[in-house]
Every structure is written in C-alpha cells, then in structure tokens.
Design a protein around this ligand. Structure first.
Ligand code: HEC
Ligand code: HEC
Length: 250
C-alpha cells in the first residue's frame, strides 16, 4: 500500500531543514559521510556479498546472535532486516553523531564491509517471535495492550495526528510493499524503510523514545520518523512496541 500521508509528512518533517545536503548521488559513499544530513530520498540500491558478510560477522554475534537475533533486550534483531536500511544505519553510526555501543565497532568497518554485512543479515530469516509484552520475555501477555498497539499500527490516531504505521512499514511490518520496485524515474525511495516485524520490544521502545525526544536527526528518514515520534506518548510506544515484538516470522 502506498502511503497517502507520505508527501505531507515529508513536507512537514523537512520544513525548515534547508539546506538538505544531497551527497548521496551516484555511488560515491565517501561523499555521503560528510553532508550535514544524509539525503536518503533518492539513494541508489546497495548490493553486497552475503558470503563475505558472513565471514565478517563473527564479532557481531555477541550482541546480535549468530542468527541475527538480539542476545539481550537492548540489542536489535538484524536478521531479515532490509539491506538498504541496515547499511544506512551503519553509515549513520559511522558518522558518529549518535553514540552507541556500535560506535567502536563501526570504526573498523569500511564501506564494502558494511555492504557485505547488510547483505548477509538481510539474507537470514526474521527471528522467531518472543512471548511477552514487556522488556523481559517472562512478562505475561497483556491482550488489551497488544490490541491498542495493533490498532495504532494499522490505523494511526487521527486525533493525535499519528499516521498509520503500516503506510510506511507495510501491513505485515515487513517494510513497504513494492519497496524494491523502481518507480518511473528508476528510484526506490522506500527501500530504506525498515522491517519492524518481531523486533525486540525494548529496542523498539528506546528507539521510539529517541525519536520522540528529537535525538535522531542525521538523515531525511530520521526527520520523517521524528515527526511521528514526537506525537507518540509513553502508552502508545509501549503498546505498539509490544505488538510488533509479538509478531512471528509468518
Ligand atoms: C556490543 C554489542 C554489539 C555488537 C558487538 C554489535 N552491535 Fe550492532 N547494535 C548494538 C546496539 C546496542 C545497537 C542499537 C544502536 C543504537 O540505536 O544506538 C545496534 C544496532 C545495529 C544496527 C541497526 C539496527 C536497527 O534496527 O536500527 C545494525 C545494522 C547493526 N547493529 C549491525 C551490527 C554489525 C554488522 C555488527 C558486527 C560488525 C554489530 N552490529 C555488532 C550492539 C552491538
Ligand atoms: C511516513 C512514513 C513513516 C510512517 C507513517 C512511520 N514510519 Fe517508522 N520509520 C520511517 C522511516 C523512513 C524510518 C527509518 C529511519 C532511519 O533511517 O533512521 C523509520 C524507522 C522506524 C523505527 C526504527 C526501526 C529500527 O530498526 O531502527 C521504528 C521503531 C519505527 N519507525 C516505528 C514506527 C511506528 C510505531 C509508526 C507508527 C506510529 C511509524 N514508524 C510510522 C517511516 C515511517
């Protein structure tokens, strides 16, 4: 489904953000490291060598698991994530505007490593869902909370100005449908929109809280999601995170 709100959100989210540096033309990744903001609206697709990525992934397993499934609540699942999204997250982490446990790790990766690693994790299946609705898998499932999360994801909340999440992350939270299909200008603007299905609840909560606080503003995509995050309250964040985390591979 195409996102009818996207033009509005883009316009609103990006207002006052001039000049947006457009350093991502062509395939000159070095140039993309330096603009004030990464312009991800028309970046070329990335490709990488998944077999090489597997060999380079040894160091990642401690936190992201051998199967791409986070080994503790704050560590995101990266198995089955879209390669384009994962690659640009690594680029953002390497730019260093946002400090994280990943910061020292990405400093040793070059551009090809990041492409290969992104391709490798994208080639894995999505991790299996974990039971529970909170930060620990042992917490009992709260059916009303999950239902609020499902409703917000599918329908948004017009009164609060929250668009349906599915408009950009897909009805099944596997990313935008047809994200890989180029438009008539040969662009794939939705290829960098992430899969959310089965993601760890604690990671989703902390990331959404960062968008709400306006802590992430390194790329045009951060501005899109930041405009939405600042309309979410704590209950909405917990509900939608719990529901997404409860979704299984199929
Ligand atoms: C010490 C634990 C640790 C190790 C080792 C580690 N990561 Fe991470 N990774 C994290 C954390 C924590 C985050 C969340 C970062 C943030 O939001 O600041 C993250 C985020 C990511 C993301 C973005 C995920 C998303 O959904 O936004 C990718 C991609 C990623 N890591 C890939 C890797 C790769 C590839 C390696 C190996 C080279 C690696 N990580 C090694 C802890 C780790
Ligand atoms: C207009 C499009 C759009 C809508 C609507 C939207 N998102 Fe997003 N979202 C994005 C984009 C683009 C990104 C990637 C941000 C980046 O690259 O840092 C993103 C990133 C995220 C992330 C970070 C994922 C990760 O692995 O790091 C979460 C969580 C998220 N969105 C949740 C939501 C929720 C919940 C809703 C509904 C309340 C929502 N989004 C609605 C476009 C959207």
């Amino acid at each position: 489904m195409k996102c009818p709100l996207l033009p509005l959100v883009l316009a609103g989210g990006l207002a006052g953000l001039a000049p947006v540096a457009s350093g991502a033309d062509g395939d000159a990744p070095a140039a993309t490291l330096h603009p004030r903001y990464l312009d991800l609206r028309a970046v070329p697709r990335i490709s990488g060598d998944a077999a090489a990525g597997k060999r380079k992934s040894q160091v990642c397993g401690a936190c992201h698991g051998d199967d791409g499934s986070g080994t503790a609540p704050p560590f995101p699942n990266i198995g089955g994530q879209r390669a384009d999204f994962a690659y640009w997250q690594l680029v953002e982490l390497k730019r260093g505007r946002h400090l994280s446990p990943m910061t020292p790790l990405v400093s040793t990766l070059d551009d090809q490593d990041m492409r290969d690693l992104a391709a490798y994790y994208a080639s894995l299946p999505l991790p299996a869902a974990r039971a529970g609705t909170g930060d620990t898998p042992a917490e009992p499932v709260d059916a009303a909370l999950l239902e609020r999360g499902r409703a917000l994801y599918l329908h948004g909340d017009a009164a609060k100005g929250i668009p349906p999440c599915q408009g950009c992350h897909g009805a099944d939270a596997r990313g935008m449908r047809d994200a890989d299909v180029a438009d008539r200008n040969g662009r794939t603007p939705y290829a960098t929109f992430p899969v959310l299905r089965g993601q760890q609840a604690a990671y989703l909560q902390s990331k959404l809280a960062e968008y709400r606080e306006g802590d992430l503003h390194d790329s045009t995509s951060d501005f899109i999601m930041g405009g939405i995050g600042r309309r979410l309250d704590a209950d909405s964040i917990q509900a939608v995170s719990s529901w997404l985390a409860s979704l299984g591979e199929d």
